[in-house]
Write a protein that binds this ligand. Structure first.
Ligand SMILES: C[S@@+](CC[C@H](N)C(=O)[O-])C[C@H]1O[C@@H](n2cnc3c(N)ncnc32)[C@H](O)[C@@H]1O
Length: 452
């Protein structure tokens, strides 16, 4: 019996959605994997790898194609362009697939999609590419060269090169292309880190302690996380170490009332509820019911009781919250330039205008929610970006606009390995490739005065 769709056709469908219809790759891929459940593990792995790899290396792939095709990639028909892209990814990055199979399958797919007259073109371009791949010369000019080698848009590189030296930028770029283990946070309200480690090992998972926090682990060797009983029982949360560090730097006192103004899906809120050890309360707010629903699911799975999910727009002042919170967490919407390694297509979608607009939105939210902090209370600001305008520049703006706040030293709240990444005593800028984490920024402010 022939299968209704083969893996390469499925990959093409996802690439079309992502590149032509602005769908995010993790959504397109997730939809496909749940729709075609009849596929076996190997086929699913092939679809995931070719889709993510093609998107990850797309600038480089287009550059390679342009060396071998008279019609430049930007002028090709979208279906043909995407068939060729995924084929070049397989030729360059997948030794297990023979070149002849890559070319033949691409030609068959072009014909199946109604492009029979172009089968000679597809075959010719791919066979020349397969023969000449090792001899492709990359651009000599620094920015263009980095852009092609690491498939990073030039405007992002230009921005980073103004803010970091070229060695650091190259470390960041190389780190984005590395595969990384999943990191998890132990739910210490229900299990100790040592017990969790043993439990995971008994479920066949490979567990490694993370150097930055005693309750964080890197895990590999499992098939589907959701099937682990330890996950279903809420004994751990999947979270990058950088997000856990936001909770660690916040480190509330037992009994504190915390407002997390942009909380979905609830990673940091639930961590803070765990840190309160069943005391106090975390109000986890977000903009839509869909988002508060995500927070609630997280609360339920992690079995936390001192936390609630609340619908509230962070740009609108909530009068009843003024000077009520011991701590406000502002983990704000941002450009995400620190997590480009996890969100392969974000780098092609985010624009300079959007990053500027996000820096303005962050100011607007901070300028609203700072009012909720009690005198003597704490405000923690964080983003998952490495863009200065959204990070340290916003800190300076905030301190100038709100002189009743000062940065609060975080040096005794982060481990020895991270001391070099502390800025101005109260901020932490994490960089992929420099630190063992995503790119992330955290600032801790104290409001002057006394809470009593
Ligand atoms: C970086 S994410 C928060 C991640 C979360 N703190 C965690 O650790 O799981 C930013 C969140 O801000 C929310 N958001 C964006 N605009 C908002 C607004 N005006 N008011 C409240 N939430 C908003 C988004 O829905 C998104 O969930």
């Amino acid at each position: 019996m022939t299968k209704p769709l083969n893996e390469r056709e499925i990959v093409l469908g996802i690439l079309m959605d992502v590149t032509e219809h602005d769908v995010y790759s993790h959504i397109a891929l997730g939809n496909v994997l749940s729709k075609y459940q009849y596929l076996d593990k190997k086929e699913r792995a092939f679809i995931t790898r070719v889709t993510e790899g093609t998107l990850e290396h797309m600038i480089e792939i287009d550059y390679i194609l342009d060396q071998f095709s008279k019609v430049k990639t930007r002028k090709m028909k979208p279906v043909i362009r995407n068939i060729l892209r995924s084929a070049v990814y397989q030729l360059k990055y997948m030794d297990t697939v023979p070149d002849s199979a890559v070319c033949n399958e691409a030609v068959k797919l072009a014909v199946k999609k109604g492009f029979g007259p172009l089968k000679g073109f597809v075959n010719g371009v791919l066979r020349s590419t397969a023969r000449g791949l090792d001899k492709v010369e990359y651009p000599k000019e620094a920015v263009k060269g980095l852009s092609v080698r690491y498939s990073m848009p030039e405007w992002i590189l230009g921005k980073w090169l103004q803010e970091y030296n070229i060695d650091t930028v190259e470390k960041i770029l190389a780190d984005f292309q590395k595969e990384k283990p999943v990191t998890i946070r132990c739910n210490t309200s229900y299990i100790t880190p040592k017990e969790l480690e043993e439990r995971l090992r008994s479920e066949g998972v490979t567990v490694m302690a993370h150097p930055y926090l005693p309750y964080a682990f890197s895990i590999t060797g499992y098939d589907y996380l959701g099937e682990l009983s330890s996950f279903q029982e809420g004994l751990f949360a999947v979270q990058d170490i950088s997000s856990m560090l936001a909770g660690e730097i916040a480190s509330p006192k037992e009994g504190d009332y915390i407002i997390d103004v942009c909380a979905a899906p609830g990673g940091k809120s639930v961590h803070l509820a765990d840190k309160l050890r069943g005391t106090g309360h975390v109000e986890a707010r977000d903009l839509t019911e869909y988002k508060t629903g995500m927070i609630q699911e997280n609360i339920d799975r992690m079995r936390m009781e001192n936390i609630s999910a609340v619908l509230q727009d962070a740009t609108v002042l909530h009068e009843a919250s003024v000077e009520k919170a011991d701590m406000v967490i502002a983990d704000l919407p941002c450009s995400g330039l620190g997590v480009l390694g996890r969100k392969t297509d974000l780098k092609y979608k985010v624009t300079k205008i959007q990053t500027d607009e996000l820096a303005a939105l962050q100011k607007e939210i901070l300028d609203t929610v700072y009012r909720y902090v009690k005198p003597g209370g704490t405000l923690v600001y964080s983003t998952c970006t490495i863009n200065r305008a959204e990070n340290i520049d916003n800190v300076h703006w905030f301190l100038e606009t709100h002189p009743e706040y000062a940065l609060n030293s975080i040096q005794d709240r982060v481990c020895r390995e991270l001391q070099g990444s502390v800025q101005e005593e109260g901020c932490l800028q994490l960089l992929p490739g420099v630190n063992d984490s995503d790119g992330f920024f955290i600032a801790r402010f104290m409001k002057k005065g006394s809470s009593s």
